[in-house]
Ligand binder design. Sequence first.
Ligand code: PGA
Length: 252
Amino acid sequence: MNQTTRRRALIAGNWKMNGGIAANAVLLEGIRSGANGLAAELAVCVPAPYLAQVQAALSGSPVAWGGQDLSLHASGAYTGEVSGAMLRDFDCQFVIVGHSERRSLHGETDAIVADKARQALACGLTPIVCVGETLEEREAGHTDSVVSRQLMAVVSALGQQLAKIVIAYEPVWAIGTGKTATPEMAQQVHAQMRALLVGVDPVAGRGVRLLYGGSMKPDNARDLLAMDDIDGGLIGGASLKADDFLAIAKAA
Ligand code: PGA
């Protein structure tokens, strides 16, 4: 498996807009207590109001944490937004950028996603940049072109900083639907992304971690994570149960 020899697997939870103080406490304790000694790197990306709770619960553990979005701007009159510096104030290491829910529900274009990735890096955060096609795009045979377009928008904006990002391939039709891409389908897209990245920068392109996301669960994680270019997972629903999240991490 490539990720164990060259790229350390990353299993990142995306809580989305879920949680509450009491439920988080149970979840975080469960994750923390099972996180020692795992080969994979673990992280949870949580709603911004809970960052202080997550920081307190996970400090000193091997589990990192992050936000789910950041503002394009450093500060100012942007009601409701959270800046990268604010995420760093709570010791976030990661931030999800360009999740399909942000693209479809909040109008984030490839250009905005690229700017946000750049802003994350400028703030000292590792962006987990999401790409992926809709069902309509897949059925029309456009998966390769959509994913390449989304990926290259970010890569060209980042210049020499390619090595500092994480990419998550999340086919939109697989998110929260229980429909997972087969390991072969996912690997095919990952291999295509890898080839593009290696074409831009051979060393960085080989080192960048490519996560798969979309209904990854304990029972399908092992086969997905065994693929050469799948270096981890971005986990939605299954990251809300410590046992499931840890089971996926153990499969990596
Ligand atoms: P899911 O979500 O695991 O619930 O499909 C993944 C994601 O949207 O990041």
